[in-house]
Write a protein that binds this ligand. Sequence first.
Ligand SMILES: O=c1[nH]c(=O)n([C@H]2C[C@H](O)[C@@H](COP(=O)(O)O)O2)cc1CO
Ligand SMILES: [Zn+2]
Length: 161
Amino acid sequence: MSQKREDYISWDEYFMGVAMLSGMRSKDPNTQVGACIVSEDNKILSMGYNGLPKGCSDDEFPWVREGAPLENKYFYTTHSELNAILNYRGGSLEGAKMYVSLFPCNECAKAIIQAGIKTIVYDSDKYQNTPAVIASKRMLDAAGVRYYQYTHTNREINITL
Ligand SMILES: O=c1[nH]c(=O)n([C@H]2C[C@H](O)[C@@H](COP(=O)(O)O)O2)cc1CO
Ligand SMILES: [Zn+2]
């Protein structure tokens, strides 16, 4: 009798793994964020990571955190969640789920709500005490977007490239 393999990765490991892999494309020296949007029937719809908009050179724009607004990264970077939403060109994201390696900020929360995404699975919540994340949770709660933290399984996945 032939039996199926039992050590395959779970849906959550798969989608959070894809989000983390996407984050590995980020040029941000401090925080790399990845997002993966999934349909209600577990199909990957889109992915994104934090980076500069098209045409803005990774080598010419600043990556530092400090200094004058025009001289640091914050005015220029597109967040992974917004990139994942904007990268989707297939139609509606109504009812979709987002896996993201960092809890979305208030600006991303607005985009998530307006895109019709209904569930967020996040990993790090390192900015939980900042006004941006407190405002984000307030809006997500009001809009009925469910969010829960990813449960680590400590599975290691090695891919030789
Ligand atoms: O939700 C987010 N998604 C996201 O992609 N980011 C990006 C913007 C910046 O490139 C980086 C945050 O940088 P830092 O941790 O150095 O402040 O992560 C930041 C947030 C903030 O929660
Ligand atoms: Zn954001």
